[in-house]
Design a binder for this molecule. Structure first.
Ligand SMILES: Nc1ncnc2c1ncn2[C@@H]1O[C@H](COP(=O)(O)OP(=O)(O)OP(=O)(O)O)[C@@H](O)[C@H]1O
Length: 227
């Protein structure tokens, strides 16, 4: 599903942001990526989305060698990857329905299909009654749910979440984590970048820790019992 083989990324001369990283994430896994600020987590996400190219190494996502994807093939490649960010990135001048529908419009889905599909996604994230609300009228947790619905509406195989609970209080953080777990239980591979070690501890998933651009540990549920 996701494979990195000896991947490095240097922005400038000096210590690379990622340094000889190899990892494999299987279809259906739920993985946390943790590490201090500046350790290379966002760089890794950008490489997976082909927003950046590696300086060295091979990246495979959904069976495609990302290095070999041509510029014009990038939109199609990204369709199979849902992404959510800390700051939600919703369209402020569009309501909830339109924000979610937008992801389908850009890939040319028919209005008929969109009208059926958007309410299904909004129900899944618990926001069906709020379809007419605008982002500014919603809590952070609700906005993140809209972002998740938008990320999933085109049925991606992978959901990448970069600090999805970074702006949320404790309650909303757990609600979003439960939702991500549910999405994973339905078969989507979920990769969550976070600073929040509390959630990582409680969720008991695979945890990849990055330090100064290198993977320093990769543990699975239950491994931590040894400590
Ligand atoms: N566009 C860029 N140009 C030059 N250096 C960059 C660029 N983006 C990131 N870096 C550097 O690469 C390293 C890794 O950054 P990255 O954003 O991947 O870290 P991070 O783990 O996501 O940090 P944070 O948790 O603060 O978001 C840092 O030293 C950062 O300063």
């Amino acid at each position: 599903m996701i494979t990195l083989e000896h991947v490095s990324k240097a922005y400038t001369a000096g210590i690379p942001a990622l340094n000889d990283v190899s990892l494999h994430i299987d279809k259906g896994e739920f993985v946390f990526i943790v590490g201090d600020s500046g350790s290379g987590k966002s760089t890794l996400i950008k490489l997976l989305l082909k927003e950046l190219d590696p300086t060295e190494g091979v990246i495979t996502v959904n069976g495609r060698n990302v290095n070999k994807i041509r510029r014009r093939q990038i939109p199609k490649f990204r369709r199979k990857i849902g992404v959510v960010f800390q700051d939600y990135r919703l369209l402020k001048d569009r309501n909830v329905y339109d924000n979610v529908a937008f992801a389908q419009k850009v890939i040319g889905e028919s209005n008929k299909h969109i009208k059926k599909r958007v309410p299904v996604m909004l129900s899944m994230v618990g926001l069906a009654p709020k379809y007419k609300s605008f982002p500014d009228q919603m809590s952070g947790g609700e906005q993140q749910r809209v972002a998740i619905a938008r990320a999933l509406i085109n049925e991606p195989e992978i959901l990448l979440a970069d600090e999805p609970t970074g702006n949320l209080d404790n309650n909303n953080t757990w609600e979003i984590m439960k939702l991500l777990e549910e999405i994973n239980n339905r078969g989507t591979t979920v990769v969550v970048v976070t600073h929040n070690l509390e959630i990582v501890k409680v969720m008991k998933k695979r945890v990849i820790t990055i330090k100064r651009g290198t993977i320093v540990s990769d543990t699975r549920m239950g491994d931590e019992n040894a400590n």
